[in-house]
Design a protein. Structure first.
Length: 162
């Protein structure tokens, strides 16, 4: 598999009936599922799929995750999820994802992931091959601006008293 020239990994999925809640829009859990499936696509691209885990006993786990919602996803919507690597170190990666219906932004997802030794049940450094792929993917994204929604926190914004 070759890396995309712009470093952006794309994944596509269609909203099915079982993804809807009683409001007739995509349930929160399925936003995370779609983002997770897109993240798996990115990890396959850098060489960290199920075969990698069976062979090396290494995988990745989420340490922190944050979803924002801008617009509803509805039954039959064709979703495009763009995943990029904002940063990484010897054993962690910071990814950012955007979910679109056509050109309309529906949601974003930001995650801090840990390269994980499944036998020791703790974090471990990326293998040299995976690290090289992360470096190449990150370098291909170097000219892209940082997503404005990255680094947000949860809270109620209040105006200072006058």
């Amino acid at each position: 598999m070759s890396l995309p020239a712009n470093g952006l990994c794309e994944y596509r999925v269609t909203v099915g009936r079982d993804w809807l809640d009683y409001n007739e829009h995509m349930n929160v859990a399925y936003y995370l599922k779609a983002f997770d499936d897109a993240g798996e696509g990115m990890t396959l691209l850098i060489g960290m799929g199920a075969d990698y885990t069976r062979r090396t006993h290494n995988s990745w786990v989420a340490l922190e995750s944050h979803i924002t919602f801008q617009n509803e996803a509805l039954l039959g919507d064709e979703l495009r999820i763009v995943t990029r690597v904002l940063d990484f170190d010897e054993k962690k990666m910071h990814i950012f994802q955007e979910m679109y219906r056509g050109q309309e932004l529906l949601a974003t997802h930001e995650q801090l992931g840990l390269h994980f030794d499944t036998a020791a049940r703790r974090g471990c450094p990326f293998t040299p091959e995976v690290r090289a792929m992360l470096e190449a993917l990150h370098a291909a994204q170097a000219t892209l601006p940082r997503p404005p929604a990255s680094g947000r926190s949860v809270g109620i914004r209040r105006q200072a008293p006058a």
